[in-house]
Design a protein around this ligand. Structure first.
Ligand code: NAD
Length: 453
């Protein structure tokens, strides 16, 4: 049995040793899930709903423990980690409303009755990255379970602890055995088996665009259903007519939250040229005011990066020639720290502008007018989220419609609500999670015609 050591990124100390599932173990779990799925789909909608509600309540009862686990495993600030556990709970409560609302249609036809059914797929494989282990897991497993599927879930190698605990809580809450199995393991072993095993009927993958493309190509072989939530390089567009103080005060939190390890990070700030210098003057104290340090402390706003290797990768984006406008604070001592960093790119081809850094680095650049802002915002293969700061409601709507991204916010930086749809344009993803239609992504629509003559 292979094991992996889970490291606390703020202290570099080992917090747990986890056994990794191998290929044979994955196959056995998928086969158990196939059997469990047959019974789970027959559970009455109201009973399925009740079990999911109990699962949500079990998370709520253990919220602090889950949050502390995430602080130790992922270095998330305790405030964020509590929100994340609460989000998993809320997503389950929301999903618990779905089994009784998977409504089909009755379609007018001659000579009979035509009705549609939304039927479960069978076994769904959910592959989770390390940046938001609890929410991203729940966005996949909760609606999949609600629709009557069994779920096998693979957490990221670096962050398996909360997923393992969620698996235990599901069982305690009364979810039948093998309906929800958590399989810690390697992407190239467990994740890959979700793609190639014919018993898995859909893969929900959240992670890098590079691996997402391989998953999609692999799924094509069996015409396997796939949802992809991939990378981002989102724009925060600040117009001269905006509340500049608020735009500058909030911009650091739009990109440095979770130390920038956020697919929705607004890592390009586009500022109208007439207020560019003033905005930078306002941004500097805001960036320096971000409280970076011990993630377990209540007041901390930014913790460490996930690993030493990831910190080196982030640092590698800054060349000796990169213009750094200013940086924020960073603690001394052990931990994979990197300070909030504001850079001024030289050219549209700079890597800091074109690639997802996935760390606390933001590029600020000027634009001339509305058309120029939309052109620059769209000058990327990504299209996940973005913000627009303006006091002109017409412009807010025009630019919102113009930016090619799935999740936009005006005069705010919020991207995620469990009852609104979430997902990417272009190479940021395929399909949508959350929102009122979340369960439909885990069903096939069946049409039945019944002759009455
Ligand atoms: P990653 O692509 O390296 O890994 C993601 C998951 O896929 C992990 O569980 C990994 O073990 C698994 N995996 C790796 N290779 C695999 C393979 N060949 N087959 C099957 N599974 C495999 O990504 P990461 O570094 O963990 O996460 C960071 C990335 O995730 C960033 O690009 C970020 O933007 C993206 N992300 C996107 C969203 C979104 O909703 N759009 C949300 C969070 C993170």
């Amino acid at each position: 049995m292979t094991t992996t050591e889970v490291i606390n990124p703020a202290t570099e100390k080992v917090v747990a040793t986890v056994e990794l599932v191998d290929a044979a173990g994955t196959d056995a779990a998928i086969e158990r899930a196939q059997r469990a799925a047959k019974d789970w789909r027959e559970v009455a909608p109201g009973d399925r709903a009740r079990i999911l509600r109990r699962f949500a309540e079990a998370i709520d009862a253990n919220l602090e423990e889950l949050a502390q686990l995430e602080v130790a495993n992922a270095g998330h600030t305790i405030g964020n980690a509590r929100w994340e556990a609460g989000n998993a709970r809320d997503v389950l409560h929301f999903a618990a409303g779905m089994p009784e609302r998977l409504l089909g249609n009755q379609i007018p036809v001659a000579g009979g009755v035509d009705i549609t059914f939304h039927e479960p797929l069978g076994v769904v494989g959910v592959i989770v990255p390390w940046n938001f282990p609890m929410p991203i897991a729940a966005w996949g497993f909760a609606p999949a379970l609600a629709a009557g599927n069994a779920v096998v879930l693979k957490p990221a190698e670096l962050t398996p602890l909360t997923a393992i605990r969620l698996g235990e809580l599901a069982l305690q809450a009364g979810l039948p055995e093998y309906v929800f199995q958590v399989l810690p393991g390697k992407g190239s072993v467990v994740g890959q088996r979700f793609v190639t095993h014919p018993g898995v009927r859909k893969v929900v993958f959240t992670g890098s665009t590079e691996v997402g493309k391989q998953i999609m190509a692999g799924c094509a072989d069996q015409v396997k259903r796939v949802t992809l939530e991939l990378g981002g390089k989102s724009a925060n567009i600040v117009f001269a007519d905006a509340d500049l103080e608020r735009a500058a005060a909030t911009a650091p939190y739009g990109v440095f939250d979770n130390a920038g390890q956020d697919c929705c990070a607004r890592s390009r700030i586009l500022v109208q040229r007439s207020v560019f210098d003033r905005f930078l003057e306002l941004l500097e104290p805001a960036v320096q005011g971000v409280r970076v340090g011990d993630p377990a402390a209540d007041a901390t706003e930014m913790g460490p990066l996930i690993s030493a290797a990831h910190r080196d990768r982030v640092a590698g984006f800054l060349e000796p020639s990169t213009k750094v406008a200013f940086t924020g604070a960073m603690p001394e001592g052990p931990g994979f720290w990197y300070p909030p960093t504001v850079v001024l790119p030289d050219a549209p081809t700079d890597r800091v502008l074109t690639e997802e850094i996935f760390g606390p680095v933001v590029a600020v650049l000027p634009f001339d007018d509305e058309a120029d802002a939309v052109r620059i915002a769209n000058d990327t293969e990504y299209g996940l989220s973005g913000s627009i700061w303006t006091n002109d409601v017409g412009r807010a709507l025009r630019v919102s419609r113009g930016v090619e991204a799935g999740n936009l916010s005006v005069n705010s930086h919020s991207s995620v609500r469990y009852w609104t749809p979430f997902g990417g344009y272009k190479q940021s993803g395929l399909g949508r999670e959350l929102g009122p239609d979340a369960a439909l992504a885990f069903t096939e629509t069946k049409n039945v015609f019944i002759a009455t003559q």
